[in-house]
Design a protein around this ligand. Structure first.
Ligand code: 13P
Length: 251
């Protein structure tokens, strides 16, 4: 049995004051959660979030990590910085990073290697665009992204990683993949992991769905055998909605 994992991706939302308000409201609402609960907050909120989440069972994550250890990389944040601030998880290769900030399978791979070296739990995002889905390329795109991300990563390290399947056309659009579409593609992604690393890693790896997941569709998605949780954008910005999702995944 894989333990479900619900992670909020706040994206570029919530000042420190807003972070405090949201987490203060959220913590008591998810105190009985039996799934893993993570909030991936902006860099400037990490230290505060880690402080506020102490003893609550909520873990804190970042939304990116530098591939270099330190040095002349203006605008980047290193593993050591994230660790000291209190992050345990890190999202890598989100489609918004790929789309707007030039992230490629190669940079995703370098960031993943660095994150694993420093003991983070990485959440590696993959997923196709609408054109790719309509062109019948969903499986190929996901395969290329998974193989690219995990290049040179050992089976032991792969086993510590979470994958988030996020179809780009479902992100922030209100269009969710159907339960069956999500289950089918996640099953396919698991088969790619199986061909890379064998049964134990594939059967143990948690693969989330992401893309307009909310309080209304969480039950249907979580009932599917391949779906091990969610990476939640918009609905993670309201304590009540996110708590509902966490508590549904805890059933
Ligand atoms: P939405 O839930 O807002 O569609 O965002 C999904 C996402 O991109 C999470 O990483």
């Amino acid at each position: 049995m894989r333990k479900p994992i619900i992670a909020g991706n706040w994206k570029m939302n919530k000042t420190a004051a807003e972070c405090r308000a949201l987490l203060t409201e959220l913590a008591p609402k998810v105190k009985n959660a039996t799934c893993d609960v993570v909030v991936c907050v902006p860099f400037t909120d990490i230290a505060l979030a880690a402080e506020l989440c102490k003893g609550t069972g909520i873990a804190v994550g970042a939304q990116n990590i530098a591939w270099a250890e330190s040095g002349a990389f203006t605008g980047e944040i290193s593993a050591a910085m994230l660790k000291e601030a209190g992050a345990q998880y890190v999202i890598i290769g989100h489609s918004e990073r790929r789309q707007y900030f030039g992230e490629t399978d190669a940079t995703v791979n370098s960031r993943l290697v660095r994150a694993l070296e420093h003991g983070f739990t990485p959440i590696v995002c993959v997923g196709e665009t609408l054109d790719e889905r309509e062109g019948g390329k969903t499986e190929n795109v996901c395969k290329t992204q998974v193989e690219g991300a995990f290049k040179g990563v050992s089976a032991d390290d792969a086993a510590k990683t979470v994958i988030a399947y996020e179809p780009v056309w479902a992100i922030g659009t209100g269009k969710t993949a159907t339960d069956d579409q999500a289950d089918e593609t996640i099953g396919y992604i698991r088969s790619v992991v199986r061909s890379l690393y064998g049964d134990a890693v594939a059967d143990g790896m948690r693969i989330q769905y992401g893309g307009s997941m909310n309080a209304k569709n969480v039950e249907g998605l979580m009932a599917k055998p391949q779906i091990d949780g969610g990476l939640i954008g918009g609905a993670s910005l309201k304590a009540e909605d996110f708590a509902y999702i966490v508590n549904s995944a805890s059933k």
